[in-house]
Design a protein around this ligand. Sequence first.
Ligand SMILES: NC(=O)c1ccc[n+]([C@@H]2O[C@H](COP(=O)([O-])OP(=O)(O)OC[C@H]3O[C@@H](n4cnc5c(N)ncnc54)[C@H](O)[C@@H]3O)[C@@H](O)[C@H]2O)c1
Length: 321
Amino acid sequence: MAIRFEEGTRFLVTGGAGFIGSNLVEAILDMGCKARVLDNFSTGKAENIREFADNPLFEMIEGDIRDTGTCEKACEGIDYVLHQGALGSVPRSINDPAMSTQVNINGTLNMMLAARDAGVKRFVYASSSSVYGDEPGLPKKEGHEGKPLSPYAITKYVNELYARNFYDLFGFPAVGLRYFNVFGKKQDPHSIYAAVIPIFVKKLINSEVPVINGDGGQSRDFTYIKNVIQANFLACLAGPEALGEAFNIAFHDRATINEVYHKLCTLLGKDIRPTYGPDRPGDVRHSYADIGKAASLLGYKPEYSLDDGLEEAIGWYRENL
Ligand SMILES: NC(=O)c1ccc[n+]([C@@H]2O[C@H](COP(=O)([O-])OP(=O)(O)OC[C@H]3O[C@@H](n4cnc5c(N)ncnc54)[C@H](O)[C@@H]3O)[C@@H](O)[C@H]2O)c1
């Protein structure tokens, strides 16, 4: 799907040195638009954005979204904010709930206020499938959220409450995207909080034995990064009925952890039996998205399945790991 913005349109990507943010920056620059990044490199990496350094359309602000002055400076002259900056990971938030709260709630509130005062055209922010918590129904549908199962889920839910409230109070043009297990190039395989696909890929490339949490029968709606990029751009351009709302962003299919592991073994030509460990606290058993709301209000139509995405992502990991 070709989505275009006028050349020179100014985007701010918070968390732009991270996995999703740096992929957004690449897509923005490819359209001839300007990309400013605000990132404190807490989990993001300089190498994710090094290739953009010489591009005159690229600008880097090293700073923290917990600092209001930094957020204000970052929003100056910006058309669209794509707010990705946050501390991801359910286990991280269980280990340090205060830090996740300061960054994800206070930091996002700072960004919303700065974006509101700068009069941006749209504030698109990363929410998460974790907001569905213990709601057992499948597929997950907006409006049917359960009790959050982790501090991380609480932070994302609070972001959504502020976005809705600021739209009602101030007409603040916020759109939330509930990402479901995103994967693709530049996703960090090294962190202790790394996601399952990069962990498996790294282990298999190094011919090591991965540990699967639980029995591996838990399922996820794995979403390739290019679908997420499409959703962000569509959210910038969507009509007023999308404002204050949050949308599931996924492929609308699901695979178990065991299935993904076997797909990766096949793609990488490895035959390694995984070991199985305990379940992770705070994790949901199944996750699978209804994407009807994003389809009808944003025009979202994911083009990359799990298999399409894995093939592209593996090519990148082979060259870069
Ligand atoms: N990857 C997924 O599957 C997934 C799923 C649901 C939601 N999300 C959300 O998407 C967004 C991007 O996630 P990601 O996977 O790219 O993670 P990431 O860790 O690669 O990127 C997050 C970026 O935010 C930056 N950051 C963190 N704290 C900051 C602060 N105080 N000030 C400035 N920058 C800060 C980090 O340095 C990093 O570059 C996050 O909001 C995350 O919660 C991701």
